[in-house]
Design a protein around this ligand. Structure first.
Ligand code: FAD
Length: 383
C-alpha cells in the first residue's frame, strides 16, 4: 500500500469518527468551555491524544504527515479537540521521546499511550515570545527540585495528568542557557485557574501557580540548563501541526459557506451565481489549498529530516494563520447576517482561527525564524 493511500485511509477513519462522535457536541464544547468526559474518553481510545508516541508505549507512532492529517480532521469539527490532540500527542510527546531517560519514557509515554493527557507549560505572564526570559524557578534541594512560579495560557491544564514545565535553573542573565524542563504530576501544589478565552474554548487553557512543588531530580528531561534547546527543537517540528489545526478550521469554513452560497438566494438567484460571491469563494479555495500544500510539504521535510524544515514549518504556520484569518472572514461575508449569528458555525471558526496567528509563536516570530534560517542561524537539532 502506498504512503498516500494509507494517509487517505487514515483521513477517512478520523473523519468518520469525528463526524459521528465529536461534531454533535462541538457547539456545546465551545459554549460550555469544556469537553465532556465521555468524549475525551472516546478520543483517547482512538489514540488521538498520543499521536507521536511509539508503539512500545501503546501509542500509534504516527509520522508528522499522518499527525497533520489527524489534527486537520479533528479540527475540522472541533478546534478544542484538535488543540488537545496537538499539545498532548506532539508538543508533550516530543521532548519525552527524544530527550527523556528510559525510566521517564516508560512512565510518561506509557501514560500518553493509555490515553492520559499532558500539558506543556512554557509561557508566563512576563514572557511568551521572549520565553528565554522566564522566571519560574527550580531550586535544587537534596534529591529534589522545588518549583515556584506562574505560567499562563497553558492548554490542556484542566484535563492534564502531568505537565512538562520549563523553569529557570540558571541565572536570569543566562537567559536560554539557564532553562531546564521537568515533568511534574498533577498535584495540589499546582493551582489551576481556567481562563475564559475568545476561541479554542474547551481546550482547558489556564493559568498555573506552582507553590513549592517538589520534583524528584530524575524528573529532569535531558540535561540541566539545556531545556530551551529541547523546547525549540520540539517547536520547530510542532509548528506544522499547529498550522494543521488552522487548516481544519479553514476546511470547515470553506465547506459551510460554499453550501450556503448554493442555497441562499438574492435578487432572483442563488448568491453563488453573483460574480462577487464567486470571487470570494475562489479566493477561499486558493488560500485553503495553498495552505494545505505548504503544510504537507513542511511535514514531509520533517519526516525526511531535511535541514531546512524549521523554516518550512514556520512558513506553513505563518501562511495558514494569515490566509486562514482571511478565509474565515470571507466565509462570514458569504453568509451575511447568518454568519455573524451564533446559529452559524462560522462565528466560532472566526474566533478560533485568530489564535493561529498568536499561539506557538506569533506571526512576527515565524518571520524571524524564516529570516534567521535564511541567514544560517537556525538548524534543526536532529538532522
Ligand atoms: C489559546 C492559546 C493557547 C496557548 N497555549 C499555550 C501552551 O499550551 N503552552 C504555552 O507555553 N503557551 C501557550 N500559549 C501562549 C502563546 O505561546 C503566547 O501567547 C505566544 O507565544 C505570544 O506570547 P505573548 O502572548 O506573551 O505575546 P508577546 O510576546 O507579549 O507579544 C505581543 C506582541 O509583540 C510582538 N513581539 C514580541 N516580541 C517581538 C519582537 N522581538 N519583534 C517583533 N515583534 C515582537 C508579538 O509578535 C505580538 O504581536 C497559548 C496562547 C493562546 C492564545
Amino acid at each position: 500500500m502506498s504512503v498516500k493511500t494509507s494517509t487517505e485511509l487514515l483521513r477517512s477513519s478520523v473523519r468518520e469518527f469525528s463526524e459521528k462522535t465529536i461534531s454533535p457536541v462541538a457547539k456545546k464544547i465551545d459554549e460550555e468551555n469544556t469537553v465532556p468526559d465521555d468524549i475525551l474518553s472516546q478520543v483517547a481510545e482512538m489514540g488521538y491524544f498520543a499521536l507521536r508516541v511509539p508503539e512500545e508505549y501503546g501509542g500509534p507512532n504516527l509520522t508528522t504527515l499522518e499527525s497533520v492529517v489527524v489534527v486537520e480532521e479533528l479540527s475540522r469539527v472541533s478546534g478544542a479537540i484538535g488543540i488537545i490532540s496537538t499539545v498532548s500527542g506532539t508538543m508533550v510527546a516530543y521532548p519525552l521521546i527524544h530527550y527523556a531517560s528510559n525510566e521517564l519514557k516508560e512512565e510518561y509515554l506509557s501514560r500518553l499511550g493509555k490515553g492520559k493527557i499532558g500539558a506543556f507549560a512554557l509561557s508566563e505572564p512576563c514572557c511568551g515570545s521572549d520565553a528565554a526570559n522566564i522566571i519560574t524557578k527550580a531550586e535544587s534541594d537534596g534529591d529534589e527540585y522545588i518549583i515556584n512560579g506562574r505560567k499562563t495560557w497553558i492548554t490542556n491544564s484542566t484535563y492534564a495528568d502531568f505537565f512538562l514545565v520549563a523553569a529557570r535553573t540558571g541565572r536570569p542573565e543566562d537567559r536560554h542557557r539557564g532553562v531546564s524542563i521537568f515533568v511534574i504530576d498533577r498535584s495540589n501544589c499546582i493551582e489551576i485557574s481556567k481562563l475564559e478565552m475568545m476561541g479554542y474554548r474547551g481546550s482547558g487553557t489556564s493559568e498555573l501557580l506552582f507553590k513549592d512543588c517538589r520534583v524528584p531530580k530524575e524528573n529532569l528531561i535531558g540535561e540541566i540548563n539545556n531545556g530551551f534547546k529541547i523546547v525549540m527543537d520540539g517547536i520547530n517540528e510542532g509548528r506544522v501541526i499547529t498550522a494543521s489545526m488552522g487548516l481544519g478550521v479553514m476546511q470547515a469554513a470553506f465547506e459551510e459557506s460554499l453550501k450556503y452560497a448554493k442555497m441562499r438566494e438574492s435578487m432572483g438567484r442563488p448568491i453563488i451565481e453573483h460574480e462577487m460571491v464567486q470571487s470570494m469563494i475562489a479566493e477561499m479555495k486558493i488560500k485553503l489549498e495553498a495552505s494545505r500544500l505548504l503544510i504537507y510539504k513542511a511535514a514531509e521535510k520533517i519526516d525526511n529530516k531535511e535541514y531546512d524544515y524549521p523554516m518550512w514549518s514556520s512558513m506553513a504556520k505563518y501562511a495558514t494563520a494569515s490566509w486562514g484569518v482571511d478565509l474565515v472572514r470571507l466565509a462570514m461575508q458569504v453568509e451575511g447576517g447568518y454568519g455573524y449569528s451564533k446559529e452559524s458555525n462560522i462565528e466560532r471558526y472566526y474566533r478560533d482561527i485568530k489564535m493561529i496567528e498568536i499561539g506557538d509563536g506569533t506571526n512576527e516570530v515565524q518571520k524571524m525564524v524564516v529570516i534567521k534560517s535564511l541567514l544560517g542561524k537556525i538548524r534543526p537539532a536532529k538532522v
